[in-house]
Design a protein around this ligand. Structure first.
Ligand code: ADP
Ligand code: MG
Length: 226
């Protein structure tokens, strides 16, 4: 269970360029399911997902993850929680060119200190599962867009996170590939994962796989009655 209590985030606080991107977010996400954050560009979706994923510290407010407050933890503990709890699917893939598909998928597991052979087996299994077994040794820049995204998903799953955070995952995908992404999400839900997606793509927020759509505007959650 994930709970946000009056979370705010002000960038460049104290300067003339100060900007408050989150203005008091209260939110509770119980267990398994898909939650989509939608809203216009600049409404704070990426900032909110970054706070939830312990990548960005809020300016004020608290986040409680499985009964534990995360907001005040020193960075090394936050990094550990981030690594174990969250898998990230970024809009721009952030794959490392020059490395193969399997090498990219393996990256998040290195800080865990597991043996290289163990990490490699795990990555192999994930690539197989995502239909990428034959691409394991190929450089990521030679993959198609859909294959690159599945590589990103394999990478996100490396450490068995209970939460998958996807920021505009279909921004660079055509309709068929967006459908394939939704299918993968539905499998992940079947495995008990919780998926959080920021998207203004109707293919995503109108998808039957989605349990809850939260609208954001100007750094706040729009009340559901509106
Ligand atoms: P969204 O993902 O909904 O498009 P963001 O969370 O990326 O919105 O951004 C919300 C607002 O915060 C935007 O106005 C953006 O310019 C601002 N912002 C985001 N990141 C930073 C940053 N690192 N420094 C200053 N302003 C930022
Ligand atoms: Mg964004």
């Amino acid at each position: 269970m994930l709970e946000l209590l009056n979370i705010t985030k002000t960038f460049n606080a104290g300067k003339s360029s100060a900007f408050t991107a989150l203005k008091g977010i209260d939110l509770r996400i119980d267990g398994n399911g898909v939650t989509v954050f939608r809203g216009p560009s600049g409404s704070g979706k990426t900032t909110l997902l970054s706070v939830i994923g312990c990548m960005l510290r809020p300016t004020s407010g608290r986040m409680i993850l499985n009964g534990r407050e995360t907001t005040s933890l020193p960075e090394r503990f936050a990094a550990e929680i981030r690594r174990k709890t969250f898998g990230f699917v970024s809009q721009n893939f952030n794959l490392i060119r020059g490395l193969s598909t399997i090498e990219n998928a393996m990256i998040p597991a290195y800080p865990t200190g597991q043996r290289h052979s163990v990490i490699k087996e795990k990555a192999k299994g994930l690539l197989e599962r995502l239909g990428l077994a034959s691409k394991a040794g190929q450089k990521v820049e030679d993959l198609s867009g859909g294959e690159q995204q599945r590589t990103v998903i394999a990478r996100a799953l490396m450490n068995d996170p209970s939460y998958i955070i996807a920021d505009e995952p279909t921004a660079h995908l055509d309709t068929d590939l967006a459908g394939a992404f939704i299918e993968i999400v539905s499998e992940l839900i079947g495995e008990g994962k919780t998926v959080l997606i920021a998207s203004h793509d109707p293919l995503i927020y109108n998808s039957p796989v989605v349990h809850r759509v939260i609208s954001m505007r100007d750094g706040a959650i729009v009340p559901e009655a509106e």
